[in-house]
Write a protein that binds this ligand. Structure first.
Ligand SMILES: [Zn+2]
Length: 89
């Protein structure tokens, strides 16, 4: 399975996978109910290029990536609700 870098979204062979702590898993489940944290973390990693970035730059990329993910999830929720509404008629 191809792994995508969470920061630059490129696919790479030299990828460090995330290890999720119990606290992080709980936080993820609270933030995104129904979204499998295992799946998200299996498909995402951090490439060596991004790992080598200075911390400030890495945080800026991380913030951008997190906003995009939240936005994507929000859109997905809205889409689901609309589909439910449309199917009711
Ligand atoms: Zn990267």
């Amino acid at each position: 399975m191809k792994i995508k870098c969470v920061l630059c979204r490129r696919e790479s062979d030299r990828m460090q996978r995330f290890k999720m702590s119990a606290e992080a898993r709980k936080l993820h489940e609270d933030l995104y109910p129904g979204m499998s944290s295992d799946k998200v973390f299996a498909e995402n990693g951090l490439c060596s290029d991004c790992q080598d970035l200075p911390a400030g730059k890495r945080w800026a990329l991380a913030e951008k990536a997190l906003n995009a993910l939240t936005e994507e999830y929000r859109r997905e929720l809205i889409r689901e609700r609309y589909e439910k509404l449309l199917n009711r008629n």
